[in-house]
Ligand binder design. Structure first.
Ligand code: TNX
Length: 552
């Protein structure tokens, strides 16, 4: 009897100890899943607040990385680790050391080596180290503790695609600087490196341009907003806002510190009512125009018959280039109706002057948009920049040096890549995150329509199977788009993107043959614990059941 009692106590004790150890154990099976997790041994590195985060002396970027890692560890476990510049390899014992290792092949790849003696996070660049830091961050158990056991292992990954993006529309609804930074934080956690920032549209111009102050002051404000999906009811509430150049510089810096390049989009020649309301002479009819309170595609676009319009666009882009140091500028190019150009004597004169005639399916007006795009492309390329445009550009005879964003499905992407364009895949199905995540929409926040479930996102393959071998390298990567006609506030952005963004991150990073949806779903709850820790809103239902995929 006493013996049995003793055994029972022992068993309960061991289970309890096991549970404690389990809770304090790091787990490298994160989202995205590292490509390799090798040689897990029965020994652990004991991470405590006596450990230091070492970084190479004199390397400012690595110093910042070390501070970020220390910050993450403190947030998630409560342990404060100091950072230390170091040159002596012996200092690595008992600590976490960040290193640059030129032997690593991929410029964004990382390797994490954990032994009982210490942890090393290496990258060929500081960006690679940053991704290793994100993996370590996501592998930590969450909750206050005074130690974490990190199993000995070799963990390594390099991203499958160079372009790993998310888009955010800040025109249809305007979001404060803090929300944009929060969005950048979400990108960083998911290992993404591009933020496509949609800054101008019919419903509001959101970037301060010093040479044309009315763009923000007038073009940034609409007198009201339609309720629902273009109902006849307008709320009549003046709505708007814009980012000052100083705010933009701050956001660009914040993103760069997280190895995220911001690609600004100035949509042209369509989706321009914000600018036309401010400067009506830029349109074919001369206005007056209003900043739009409806959704959709407006007929009034830039007049290409006037030299002044081209000068205006170049002036705007001069300031945009000053603000955004990245190589790419997105010049839109989508949904530009041609009715005004057809009726505009100046546009028709331009067509004649240029000797443009329709070619097959391409109207003279489509080729006029092509001429305009090429003018802008040349202008930007003189300044060392490259353009990205929506896939409508494929119908306008633009040069193959223009990068195409395939949104009207995956087919335009395949066509563009075959023609020699670089391509970013962002097809409405399944990468429009303004679309519903289920076909049972009755209890969902109002969305654009459609149905892009978590599984559909996960299963998306950016490089079509039948794409010719010599075109495959043109697929630079994938991006999800977040248009905000129906998204009015930060929690609603988060709800639309989380956890679909996790599925996107995994397909951006992991080789296709290593993807496994069930395994991903098993790993997802631990990532969601981090969302919860930061107070981010997410669609909890996506975790417990797979949504129906039938389109309504
Ligand atoms: C199409 S995607 C648009 C946007 C809308 C979006 C809504 C693209 C290039 N144009 O203007 O906001 O659909 O999903």
């Amino acid at each position: 009897m006493r013996m049995r009692h003793l055994v029972a106590v022992l068993v309960v004790g061991l289970v309890a100890m096991g549970a404690v150890a389990q809770e304090n154990l790091a787990n490298y099976r994160t989202v995205p899943l590292p490509e390799r997790i090798d040689g897990i041994k029965n020994s652990n590195f004991r991470l405590t607040d006596a450990c230091l985060v070492n970084y190479p002396t004199g390397n400012r970027e690595m110093e910042r990385n070390a501070a970020m890692l220390s910050g993450y560890i403190e947030e998630l476990t409560g342990m404060h680790l100091s950072t230390r510049p170091t040159v002596n390899p012996k200092d690595r014992t008992g600590n976490i050391s960040l290193l640059i290792d030129s032997k690593l092949e991929n410029s964004e790849g990382y390797s994490i080596t954990v032994t009982a003696k210490g942890v090393e996070i290496a990258g060929r660049t500081a960006a690679g180290v940053f991704y290793g830091i994100q993996t370590l961050r996501k592998s930590l158990p969450i909750g206050k503790t005074n130690f974490v056991l990190m199993p000995s292992a070799q963990v390594a990954a390099s991203p499958r695609f160079v372009y790993r993006g998310m888009h955010l529309d800040c025109s249809r609804h305007f979001f404060p600087v803090s929300t944009v930074k929060h969005y950048i934080d979400m990108l960083a956690l998911h290992g993404m490196n591009k933020l496509h920032w949609h800054l101008t549209d019919d419903q509001g111009w959101r970037v301060e341009i010093k040479k044309y102050p009315r763009l923000a002051e007038v073009g940034g404000w609409r007198s009201g907003t339609t309720l629902g999906h273009n109902s006849p009811v307008n709320d009549g509430i003046r709505y708007g806002g814009y980012y000052t150049q100083e705010e933009i510089r701050d956001i660009v810096r914040y993103a760069a510190e997280r190895y995220i390049t911001i690609i600004p989009e100035i949509d042209m020649p369509g989706h321009m009512l914000g600018a036309l309301a401010a400067y009506p002479e830029l349109g074919c009819t001369g206005g007056p125009y209003d900043v739009w309170g409806m959704w959709g595609v407006a007929d009034d676009i830039l007049c290409l018959g006037k030299d002044h319009t081209l000068q205006f666009v170049k002036d705007v882009l001069d300031e945009v280039m000053q603000l955004f140091p990245g190589e790419y500028i997105h010049i839109g190019g989508d949904e530009s109706p041609r009715v005004r150009w057809q009726a505009c004597p100046l546009c028709q004169q331009r067509i004649r002057d240029l000797g443009i005639t329709s070619k097959g399916k391409q109207s003279a007006e489509a080729l006029l948009q092509g001429w305009f795009t090429t003018e802008i492309q040349n202008y930007l390329s003189q300044h060392g920049r490259r353009i990205i445009g929506w896939d409508e550009l494929l119908g306008c005879d633009v040069e193959s040096s223009a990068t195409i964003m395939s949104w009207r499905g995956a087919e335009p992407g395949a066509e563009g890549a075959t023609l020699g364009h670089d391509v970013i895949m962002t097809p409405v199905g399944p990468l429009y995150f303004d679309y519903y995540q289920t076909s049972s929409t009755w209890n969902e926040p109002t969305a654009f329509g459609g149905c892009n479930t978590l599984k559909k996102v996960y299963d998306f393959e950016p490089v079509a199977e039948d794409l010719p071998a010599d075109a495959r390298h043109h697929i630079l990567g994938a991006q999800a788009n977040v248009w905000t006609e129906y998204i009015t506030c930060e929690p609603q952005i988060d709800y639309q993107v989380l956890p679909r963004m996790a599925a996107l991150a995994e397909l951006q990073w992991l080789p296709a043959d290593l993807k496994d949806y069930q395994d991903f779903k098993a790993r997802l709850p631990r990532l969601v614990e981090i969302y919860k820790y930061y107070g981010w809103t997410y669609r909890a239902k996506s975790l417990v059941q797979d949504d129906e995929e039938k389109e309504k």
